[in-house]
Design a binder for this molecule. Structure first.
Ligand code: ADP
Ligand code: MG
Length: 331
């Protein structure tokens, strides 16, 4: 049983960055306004995610660790999902592949914690925490050395974690994010920080993108806002004259979730077809929203592929909207 659980867990948690993704998504689902991520050694020895969300009641802590327990859907409409999580797999998986401690406090209650290591759950006990939830994962994959061996260098794993945090920070401009690396010991150093953005949706997004992609990008990007046949495309797309050299800066979000999808990247390239060269890639952060029934964003729990019911409409919307915007700006 324990071995099977570990194998299943490995499907959800491939590497430290996937653990960070699951934990930050949980914080966002809990309505956090601030999320603080702390890592050490590329997340291999420590991943800690602290949030100021609604917390988990002491009595619900064991439930949060049991497989397929989720507080987020009632099972009647699996396709109609508005939260990041819905499978109830992340915490049990993390508890199977590392040493996991969850400390949480619901407003008006006392704080409590639960620990699980190698799948063995300790009883809930009182803890000290002013608000929200802190999930700490130590020694990821300590029980599966084969898996540990496949992880990349601390530097590469840290980069993957940074990418995950930045993508989620783009998806939620109103939430403050901090990424701290304590590899050197002590308080460590903050490697990424984004204060909560205010203003309307475009202002907030512009602010957040400036923080993450740089002022060069936002000063050379066109705001995008178009709707067609149930799909809405918003965000910013850079002028063809903006260049990050060979660095690729293409970010897609479907119904608020960061995705990496060949079709979407292909549509972006299609829109910029006249301006592409070997060292010039289109740069954009684009948010596609639609009825959840028109897209499956959960083809695989650990990956970020999407499957559209009508891929042609999506491609057409992206290509024509961006071409129109570029033409309007004289390109
Ligand atoms: P899912 O997110 O798919 O529901 P998880 O295993 O990630 O499954 O989490 C299990 C449950 O634990 C969630 O449904 C939620 O009720 C609770 N939970 C997890 N993390 C947090 C958090 N940071 N704040 C509040 N509740 C949380
Ligand atoms: Mg989750």
């Amino acid at each position: 049983e324990a071995a099977i659980n570990r194998i299943a867990a490995g499907e959800v948690v491939e590497r430290p960055a996937s653990a960070v993704k699951e934990l930050v998504e949980n914080a966002l689902d809990a309505g956090a306004r601030r999320v603080e991520v702390t890592i050490a050694d590329g997340g291999k020895t420590l991943i800690r995610v602290a949030d100021d969300g609604h917390g988990i009641a002491a009595g619900d802590l064991p439930l949060a660790l049991s497989r397929h327990a989720t507080s987020k859907i009632d099972g009647t409409d699996l396709l109609n999902i508005h939260s990041f999580g819905f499978r109830g797999e992340a915490l049990p998986s993390l508890g199977a592949v590392g040493r996991l401690t969850i400390t949480s406090r619901v407003a008006g209650d006392a704080a409590a914690e639960i620990a699980v290591s190698g799948g063995t759950i300790a009883p809930v006990k009182p803890a000290a925490l002013s608000a929200g939830t802190v999930v700490e994962l130590r020694d990821l994959f300590y029980a599966t050395p084969a898996r540990l061996k496949f992880l990349r260098s601390n530097r590469a794993e840290t980069q993957a974690i940074t990418d995950v945090v930045k993508r989620l920070a783009m998806a939620e401009p109103g939430v403050g994010f901090t990424l701290r690396d304590t590899s050197g010991g002590g308080e460590g150093r903050v490697t990424f920080r984004a204060e909560p953005e205010t203003g309307d949706m475009f202002d907030a997004l512009r602010g957040r993108l400036t923080r993450i992609m740089g002022r060069e990008f936002t000063e050379n990007a066109l705001p995008i806002d178009a709707t067609r046949e149930g799909f809405t495309l918003t965000g910013f797309a850079a002028l063809p004259t903006y260049s990050r050299g060979a660095a690729v800066a293409q970010f897609f979000f479907v119904n608020g979730r960061p995705v990496r999808d060949k079709q979407l990247i292909g549509a972006l390239r299609g829109a910029y077809a006249d301006f592409l060269s070997r060292d010039r890639h289109p740069a954009a952060a684009l948010f596609l929203t639609c009825d959840p029934h028109l897209v499956d964003v959960n083809v695989h729990p650990a990956k970020s592929e999407v499957r559209f019911r009508e891929p042609g409409i999506v491609r057409g919307l992206i290509v024509s909207t961006l071409r129109h915007a570029l033409a309007g700006a004289g390109h």
